[in-house]
Write a protein that binds this ligand. Structure first.
Ligand code: NAP
Length: 249
């Protein structure tokens, strides 16, 4: 049976790779991004590969926009029963320099965004008696210098995931988190820039601490999400899978 999946922050990076992978798995995919034209680029690539897709512009932290996005997906593709909470931002700073806005923005996009989207799609999942929710955590949930806001949000998503698993399990819905380590995307490139380290040196330094001896690619995360949202993963719920090339960050 063909499922309808929503991938937030699907315009680039991990979200784009995940949207492409789920479409290749046979799902109809709604690519949600702040910027509808960025979502459109991912959607065009999926269309060209023969997939079924729509691009939706929405800010995950805005309740009205989230509700409208989910309604549009249900009307155009069918009831969404797969959700990947992937949209994310960084506002890194040491605690003494972190502004109120740095804190609020990160909480809004990661935590409020995952909450709003999960709440909006759960009705469709409960009605279908089936659902798969995957939220993007991070190895930063274990603590990371300069990321008091982000580490808090990513740890929060783990608690959110475990609670959804407990509440929604009886309706055939699983909830899991994927916690990537170092993945080469625009986000990590922006971090290298912010700390003033040349990208190649930044990657080299990260790789020196990764047991499998390479940087992660968006596809590494997409493949893991693909498993967790598959029908066959129905007895895996409330878990946090670290996709980090080793046991730790
Ligand atoms: P990325 O390249 O920066 O992409 C993030 C995407 O989220 C962008 O398309 C962005 O849209 C979108 N987005 C941001 N705010 C949004 C909002 N309010 N509403 C809707 N969409 C929004 O990041 P990434 O590296 O692929 O990361 C994806 C996820 O994995 C994030 O949750 C991140 O925290 C997590 N993660 C990444 C790494 C890593 O090493 N890269 C490691 C651990 C966890 P615009 O393009 O319009 O800004």
């Amino acid at each position: 049976m063909s499922r309808v999946a929503i991938v937030t922050g699907g315009g680039r990076g991990i979200g784009a790779a995940t949207a492409k992978k789920l479409a290749a798995d046979g799902m109809a995919v709604a690519v949600v991004d702040l910027d509808e034209s960025t979502a459109g680029e991912t959607a065009d690539a999926i269309k060209q590969a023969g997939g079924t897709v729509i691009a939706v512009g929405a800010d995950v932290s805005d309740a009205a926009q989230v509700a409208a996005a989910v309604e549009r997906v249900a009307a155009e593709l069918g009831a969404p029963t797969v959700l990947v909470n992937n949209a994310g931002v960084l506002r890194d700073n040491l605690l003494f320099k972190m502004s109120d806005d740095d804190w609020e923005t990160v909480m809004s996009v990661h935590l409020r965004g995952a909450f709003l989207f999960s709440r909006a799609v759960q009705k469709h999942m409960v009605d279908a008696g089936y659902g798969r929710i995957v939220s993007l955590s991070s190895t930063s949930a274990l603590g990371n210098r300069g990321q008091a806001n982000y580490a808090t949000a990513k740890a929060g998503l783990q608690g959110f995931t475990k609670t959804l698993a407990i509440e929604l399990g009886r309706f055939g819905i699983t909830a899991n988190a994927v916690a990537p380590g170092f993945i080469a995307t625009d986000m990590t490139q922006a971090t290298a820039k912010r700390v003033g380290v040349d990208w190649d040196d930044f990657v080299k330094n990260a790789v020196s601490q990764i047991p499998v001896g390479r940087a992660g690619a968006p596809e590494d995360v997409a493949n893991t999400v693909s498993f967790l949202v598959s029908e066959g993963a129905g007895f895996v719920s409330g878990q946090v899978i670290y996709v980090a090339g080793g046991p730790r960050a």
